[in-house]
Design a protein around this ligand. Structure first.
Ligand code: AMP
Length: 310
């Protein structure tokens, strides 16, 4: 197994200034796995759903070469449910409902065939569950990436800090970086967070792109693609994470230079995600569309320049 993805597989109810989705399939793990499936030949997901979760979605995962042996289906129980409403700028949102349901007492079981995964993506989920997955792996993967959110900082900060000591890369948004570090400056925040454990930190800034920091104080910035229409930002961060780790798992190169490329692939997958409600856009992309999108990023930031004093 090249890549193991852990994260919520869920129902979402999303409201944006452009419309309302009603109950649709979402979840951090779903977005990550779909986005990563464009890069890796073999990936497996560890998560839990109730018996209300649609079989068609599990079939779709199989079509995308996502193995679901680690996806537990709990009879008579309900899947995780999250509802959110976006503000007019589409960059910020309010969480209206978080019903943990099957996630409340989820005990992840990593199937034997996933235990030697080279890359591990710990998507947004209870930090204690993220830790239990790490503990089940006999060998440390080549790279462990963790995504989380303010919800877990509010209710499980100690568990989150414990799992941060075990990962290589943390991906969070700017508000969460400020909350976790207590620093307003993102540069100071990055320094403090890197001292907590991860060697790399990715700070996602929505439509303003993403920053990558390392322990040597190097920084890289990737813009977000200016899009004519942003329909639904839900899952953008997870799609970013999926593209990022998917590309790293595909290239097996974890140098800082290759991580910069991975940030661009992640940004490309996030740009697709927001163009439709939920996971719709991520379900049916061609490799050509992915390549063309990455080319748009290259064109966006490429320029010739000579320094005045050269
Ligand atoms: P993002 O927009 O990238 O932050 O991801 C949104 C997805 O995260 C939605 O599909 C939700 O189902 C999922 N989600 C929201 N809150 C949580 C939570 N507390 N734990 C795990 N997943 C969550």
């Amino acid at each position: 197994m090249s890549l193991l993805v852990v994260g919520s597989v869920a129902f979402d109810d999303i409201e944006t200034p452009f419309g309302k989705s009603d109950k649709i399939v979402g979840g951090a793990g779903t977005y990550i796995a779909l986005a990563a499936s464009y890069f890796t030949e073999k990936l497996g997901i560890v998560s839990v759903v109730g018996d209300d979760f649609p079989k068609e979605m599990i079939d779709l995962m199989h079509q995308k070469n996502i193995e679901t042996d680690g996806l537990q289906v709990k009879e008579g129980e309900k899947s995780f449910f999250w509802a959110g409403r976006y503000h007019n700028d589409m960059n910020s949102r309010d969480t209206l409902v978080t019903e943990l349901n099957v996630l409340a007492d989820f005990d992840p079981v990593v199937p034997e065939s996933y235990k030697n995964c080279e890359f591990l993506m710990l998507g947004n989920l209870t930090p204690a569950v993220q830790m239990r997955v790490i503990e089940q792996l006999p060998n440390r993967p080549k790279m462990v990436v963790l995504d989380t959110m303010n919800f877990w900082m509010d209710i499980a900060l100690d568990e989150l800090k414990a799992v941060l000591k075990k990962v290589d890369v943390l991906t969070i948004n700017d508000e969460e970086a400020r909350q976790l570090s207590g620093e307003y400056s993102l540069v100071k925040a990055a320094k403090k967070i890197i001292e907590m454990g991860p060697r790399f930190l990715v700070i996602k800034k929505g439509e303003h792109g993403a920053l990558l920091f390392n322990a040597d104080k190097e920084v890289f910035f990737a813009p977000a693609l200016p899009l004519e229409e942003v329909f639904d930002p839900t899952g953008a961060g997870d799609s970013f994470a999926g593209g990022f780790i998917g590309y790293l798992a595909h290239t097996k190169d974890i140098s800082f230079d290759n991580m910069k490329r991975a940030i661009i692939f992640g940004s490309a997958m996030a740009s697709f995600c927001v163009e439709k409600f939920g996971t719709e856009k991520l379900q049916n992309l061609s490799q050509q569309e992915v390549d063309e999108r990455v080319q748009e990023f290259i064109d966006l930031v490429q320029f010739d320049i000579s320094l005045v004093n050269d």
